[in-house]
Write a protein that binds this ligand. Structure first.
Ligand code: HEM
Length: 399
């Protein structure tokens, strides 16, 4: 079994990749003021009880830890909303962002993958993230929404400004100590809001065959989405289209590099691709942690978490919990079933999962077709994203 930690110099902050964890499944960290939940069954409990574990985390983060927060409208930010409002919003957005809408994208995803790989081939070198894993999902989500994908340098600037944060979240350090100043992200946020609001307004007067139009027109029980919520949902999709599938593609190629016998198997039998993608989501979980706040005192993993606490649920460790997965340190696409928590679970289960899976499947199939061997360049080390709650590469050169 390869030691991926040593081989790819995986940073220590990605502790869930550094071998089996010892210690209790639920732990209070006095240093940060957070409750960390590491175990699989405990995470399942969190996902199945949104009344006790609220998604509205902002309410327990003191305002002075996020200067400038009041200037942001989180209206309609589905990831932060609890029932019953969540169900209503989810029904509305799901009626526009259907499985059929996603499935119809397959030929376009394949054509784009070829175009991007052709361009890299002309340059004579493939750095997977810049050349494919980053642009592919961004172009796809931009085209789906109906905003010009040629504006993607702009989207990248906004996404970078919002995500460039490598510090650990803490409730005990001041905003200054943590280097958090929401005001720094206000300008790009406002630009992004204005940009999408202008596009949404245009769709109201001149409807087109795009997701933005469908969002402005979507109705449940005679009600439409308020304009601000259309814009915020579009922002969420545009941002989700940036980092998530990028991580999935990079991680999957990394897994096949580290486990060449699995690469041989999937190369010979492409029906194994979906299982490879699922195991990659378990083994190198892109969103390694989710946040919740306790709405009341709650028992979890043998301890009592008081009300109004901030809880970090570590999907990365849960996906390697030996109580759920046999030999969790082994990348084994043969796991059947593979009930990983990479897309979350329950009412907030990832809405983009069908799109991410489709992009992953199409891109991997084409990569296997076009490259005799997917192998990282030993002279050009793999670089990981610094964010402590994400598992993903930001540089992956192939030879
Ligand atoms: C929710 C992961 C791709 C849109 C989530 C959640 C996870 C997740 C863990 C649950 C969050 C929670 O419970 O608090 C991922 C991963 C992806 C991916 C690993 C890629 C491999 C995408 C894409 C989109 C998307 C491509 C959109 C185009 C969303 C939305 C939600 C969500 C809208 C919120 C759903 C709700 O609150 O009801 N995702 N995601 N995701 N994801 Fe994804």
């Amino acid at each position: 079994m390869p030691d991926i930690v040593e081989r790819y110099s995986i940073p220590t902050q990605h502790f869930w990749l550094h071998g089996p964890r010892s210690g209790p499944p639920v732990e209070f960290d006095a240093g940060t003021g957070l409750w960390n939940v590491y175990g699989y069954p405990e995470l399942q409990e969190i996902f199945s009880d949104p009344a006790a574990f609220s998604s509205d985390t902002m309410r327990v983060i003191p305002k002075d830890l996020m200067p400038g927060r009041e200037e942001f409208s989180m209206e309609g930010f589905i990831t932060q909303i609890d029932p019953p409002d969540h169900g209503k919003l989810r029904k509305l957005v799901s009626s526009a962002f259907t499985r059929k809408v996603v499935a119809d994208l397959e030929p376009r995803i394949a054509a784009l993958t070829h175009e991007l790989l052709d361009a890299a081939e002309e340059r004579g070198r493939l750095e997977l993230v810049t050349d494919l894993a980053y642009p592919l999902p961004v172009i796809v989500i931009a085209e789906l929404l109906g905003v010009p994908s040629s504006d993607r340098a702009l989207f990248k600037r906004w996404a970078d400004a919002l995500f460039e944060r490598d510090a650990k979240i803490s409730l005990t350090k001041s905003a200054e100590e943590q280097g958090v100043d929401m005001r720094a992200t206000l300008k790009p946020w406002k630009e992004m809001t204005a940009y999408l609001a202008a596009h949404a307004d245009e769709r109201r007067s001149k409807p087109r065959a795009d997701l933005l139009t469908r969002l402005t027109e979507a109705e449940v029980d005679g009600e439409r989405l308020p304009g601000e919520q259309v814009v915020n949902f579009a922002i969420l999709l545009l941002l989700a289209g940036h980092i998530t599938t990028t991580m999935l593609l990079g991680n999957t190629v990394l897994c096949l590099d580290a486990f060449p016998e699995q690469q041989d198997r999937v190369r010979a039998d492409r029906t194994l691709i979906p299982a490879v993608i699922e195991e990659s989501l378990r083994y190198l979980t892109p969103f390694a942690a989710i946040g919740r706040s306790t709405a009341r005192d709650v028992e979890l993993g043998g301890v009592t978490i008081p009300a109004d606490q901030l809880v970090m649920g570590w999907l990365g460790t849960a996906n390697r919990d030996p109580r759920q997965f046999t030999a969790p340190e082994v990348f084994d696409p043969g796991r059947d079933p593979n009930p990983h928590l990479g897309f979350g679970r329950g009412i907030h289960f990832c809405l983009g999962a069908p799109l991410a899976r489709l992009e992953g499947r199409v891109a991997l199939n084409i990569l296997l077709d076009r490259f005799g061997r997917l192998r990282t360049d030993p002279d050009d080390p793999v670089l990981f994203l610094p964010a402590p709650t994400m598992t993903g590469v930001r540089r992956l050169a192939l030879v």
